[in-house]
Every structure is written in C-alpha cells, then in structure tokens.
Design a protein around this ligand. Sequence first.
Ligand SMILES: [Zn+2]
Length: 164
Amino acid sequence: MPKNDASRHRAPMRGAEQIQQYCLAGNATITLLSQKTGQRFTYRFRKKEQTSGNPVWFIGLLAGPDNQSSYKYIGYVAGPQHRLQWSRKSCAGQDAPSWRALLWFWRSITETAAIPPMLEVWHEGKCGRCGRALTVPLSIERGIGPECWEIIGGAIEPARMAAE
Ligand SMILES: [Zn+2]
C-alpha cells in the first residue's frame, strides 16, 4: 500500500452494482489492482451534467506522483447503458494496458454485473460524490458518505430504455 494512505480509509470494494454506483457518484477515484500481475491503475470519474440532461462521466488516468493533479483524460462514460468510450483525445491507445484494464473492468461490472476474477477494486477513502473523507465503516464499505448516499437515493437509477 502506498505510504501516503496512512490517514485514509482506503478499502477494497465488493459488489459490481455498488462499484458502478460509486464510480458514477460524481467525483470518484478507483484503483484497479491485478492480483495476478500486481499491476495497478488509478482512475478518476468526474460527472458533467450536459444541457441535454444526459450526464457524461469523464475519466482520468493517474499518470504521475501527484494524486490531485496528474490525471490525464483517457475516456468517458455516457448513454443510458453507461457505455465506456475511447476517443482520439485519450491519453492511452486502445492497446495500452491502462485502457484495456479499464475497459475489461467496466464491461464486466456493467454488462455481466460481476467483478473480474483476480481483480481488486479500491476506493481512496473519500466520498465518491463530494470528496470528503470517509470515517464510518458502512460509508467506507460503500465509498459514499451518509449525506451523499441519501442524495443519490442509495441505488443506481434504472437504465432508461432506448427512448433517446
Ligand atoms: Zn459525500
């Protein structure tokens, strides 16, 4: 575990639905850790409301030592099915391990509602919506603080059917 995490309640997350909810909460940071290779990648999911009413989540890849400012754009999530999209502005190519790990993870939790085998998914000890430090065990398990949990309704919105 990196040494700057001593004061934070980082925690591995369980449950694909819970992980998806956390990632889409608005201001979430996850680390994917392969138990097979030891390789890890950290991503930030930032929600942006669009004027159309359909939000987009821009995803940054942690690319340097500074946990706050060294995120580089790698892709986005959009649409009623929360599909992950690569674009030409992505900092990593479609063959890059950082992109492939994210795609593999995201497809697994959104399409099969399962966490891939041999993969750990960690949050960074901060609320996935507002960024405040998590202190209560239940909040640490969810990755979302009690107030934000109320606001987001404690569950993923059911995917809107393809009316749009
Ligand atoms: Zn919060």
